[in-house]
Ligand binder design. Structure first.
Ligand code: DQA
Length: 141
């Protein structure tokens, strides 16, 4: 199974952001750990990062894969453009967050992708992504 992992704004700053919320890994370290995990399960991961809303949308529209795991950062709380893209494309999208957005500031508790994603994992740092990979693999069965 081919899975595209998309990370949005400020996730390139992992390693410098609050490690209590987001963990200590840089984005490259996080991606390397996930790639190793997925390979052991027979899945193939590719990775995309952008700070820009439109670039995230283009990457999703052009994705050639069986599932997308998306951490859209703060866009997750207000981007109706990304929400519409998720609704329009055929590839299933799983929403992830490193931190527990449901127990943070009120603005982070708003999830505008809620009704268009097939799965949602948050609050477990790298494990949110690990669970999302497991979820994608289960979709195939
Ligand atoms: C985040 C949570 C968002 O609220 C925040 O804007 C981020 C990271 C997370 O992974 O916990 O940039 O998506």
């Amino acid at each position: 199974m081919n899975i595209l992992i998309i990370n949005g704004p400020n996730l390139n700053l992992l390693g410098k952001r609050d490690s209590n919320l987001y963990g200590k890994d840089t984005l490259d370290e996080l991606n390397a750990k996930l790639a190793k995990y997925a390979t052991n399960l027979g899945a193939n991961l590719s990775f995309y990062f952008s700070n820009c809303e439109g670039e995230l949308i283009t990457a999703m529209q052009q994705a050639d894969c069986q599932a997308i795991i998306l951490n859209a950062g703060a866009y997750s709380h207000y981007s109706y453009a990304i929400r519409d893209c998720i609704e329009a494309i055929k590839v299933p999208v799983v929403e992830v967050h490193l931190s527990n957005i449901l127990a943070r500031e009120e603005f982070r508790q708003k999830r505008v992708f809620q009704d268009v994603v097939v799965g949602f994992f948050c609050g477990e740092q790298i494990n949110s992504y690990v669970k999302a990979i497991d979820f994608c693999l289960a979709l195939k069965k």
